[in-house]
Design a protein around this ligand. Structure first.
Ligand code: UTP
Length: 412
């Protein structure tokens, strides 16, 4: 152990992070062990480069952004049935799995507990998790298969999530539910110093929904999917109570067009809606943030009057398992957010900041789209498939989600 400590001290000195051992001598043995383990797992080169790139925009001037083609669900006519039949066949053959990303912090909603446990106020008082599970169970029945459901948690909410499922007897779907945890990265202060949390251990934060691919691979879930004969994986968020995870038309399109990824879009509410839009970046599928395009680009239309960058990304995507493996083995860029984070300062005081004090790094799921050559974009109706619960009140709140759910979900 002593040798180990000397090596660790050397590394910490090299990267200017010696403060991480400030309280080591006064810690209990099991915590000491945990801290050393955490330090050994930190990629200090990565942290250094993330800090030095904090102010750089992710998009470079040299990136060529172009519109991407899409298929409108309501303009498919006879092709609808054609795609639907292809998709239905694959679903019935047990080739589809669903992944729900439930590792987020849900800061805007402010619910005490994992977001999936939130009750949006329906008469049934079902939680988001139960609504999603009801949906998967119903679809499994419809197609006479057991669609496996993989749920991504974070270190922060993993225990509470699993407890919630246990308490609710897994909503009767236990043998088809699998949990896996997403990765984490240390938070750093404005000087690039890694923070210690209240417990004296490294202050870690979930690495963003882009961590889903790597976590699926590393946790062995991709392997499990293969054993189950899965070929297609729908990945969506936990907070869209109308998410249609089992969509034979989307699947049929992906299979027929021989692409390994397909994403659902909804038309932007207006050209300047603050959402990301599907596009092509340097010839590959991508999502361009509203802040990354000029007003002129945001307002540009084609000969039919459709916005060229109007297909909002709603975190509803389908991937071939081969694409997930590829996406999970190549690192994604990290985006940085400035957040409030309680920490232990160098004198051992616990500081609860009232304004942001620390950087958190997150990978975005769509940054991996460029790993595939082509992606089918399927435009669906916002009100039918997109009822997100983001804020406590107002836009995208429990109230708006509840209204949409009651109106457009046939299951309640
Ligand atoms: P959001 O980006 O809306 O974040 O996540 P959030 O955590 O739900 O809410 P805020 O921003 O803190 O208020 C979209 C989806 O991605 C998942 C979330 O659980 C949600 O389903 N997500 C996000 C993760 O699984 N892990 C992450 O690290 C981030």
């Amino acid at each position: 152990m002593d040798n180990n400590i000397e090596e660790i001290k050397y590394t910490l000195k090299k990267y200017g992070q010696e403060h991480l051992l400030n309280f080591y001598d006064t810690m209990e043995e099991n915590k000491q062990k945990k801290l050393l383990e955490q330090i050994e797992n930190i990629d200090f080169e990565l942290i250094k480069s993330l800090y030095s790139n904090i102010n750089k925009l992710q998009i470079s001037d040299n990136d060529k952004i172009e519109p991407i083609d899409f298929i409108d669900k309501y303009k498919l006519n006879e092709k609808y049935k054609y795609y639907e039949d292809i998709g239905k066949k694959a679903i019935k053959a047990g080739k589809l799995a669903c992944v729900t990303m439930a590792g987020g912090q849900g800061t805007r909603l402010g619910h005490n507990g994992p977001k999936g446990t939130f009750d949006i106020g329906l008469d049934s008082h079902k939680s988001l998790f139960e609504l999603l599970c009801d949906y998967i169970k119903e679809q499994s029945k419809k197609y006479d298969v057991q669609i496996p459901w993989f749920i991504m948690t974070s270190n922060d909410n993993n225990n509470d999530t699993i407890e919630f499922f246990k308490k609710n007897k897994y909503f009767g779907y236990e043998k088809n539910i699998f949990f896996f945890k997403q990765g984490e990265l240390p938070m750093i202060d404005t000087e690039g110093k890694i923070l210690l949390g209240e417990d004296g251990l490294i202050k870690l934060a979930a690495d963003g929904h882009g961590g889903v691919y790597e976590s699926l691979v590393k946790s062995g879930m991709v392997e499990k999917m293969k054993q189950l004969g899965i070929e297609w994986v729908f990945i969506g968020g936990v907070d869209n109570c109308l998410v249609k995870m089992v969509d034979p038309v989307l699947m049929g399109i992906a299979i027929d067009k021989n692409v390994t990824a397909a994403g659902k879009s909804v038309v932007k509410a207006n050209p300047h809606e603050r959402v990301g839009a599907f596009c092509k970046k340097n010839g590959k599928p991508s999502v361009v943030e509203y802040s990354e395009i000029t007003d002129e680009m945001a307002e540009a239309t084609d000969e039919n009057g459709e916005l060229l960058y109007g297909e909002s990304h709603i975190l509803c995507n389908l991937f071939n398992i081969s694409a997930i493996e590829r996406m999970g083995s190549n690192p994604l860029p990290y985006h940085c957010a400035f957040k409030k984070a309680t920490f232990k300062d160098k004198d051992g005081n616990i500081v609860k900041p009232t304004s942001p004090n620390a950087y958190k790094f997150e990978a975005f799921l769509f940054d991996a789209f460029g790993e595939v050559d082509d992606m089918a974009i399927f435009r669906v109706k916002r009100e039918e498939e997109f009822a997100p619960v983001k804020n406590a009140e107002g836009v995208d709140s429990p109230e708006t989600a509840r209204e949409l759910y009651n109106k457009f979900n046939k299951l309640v």
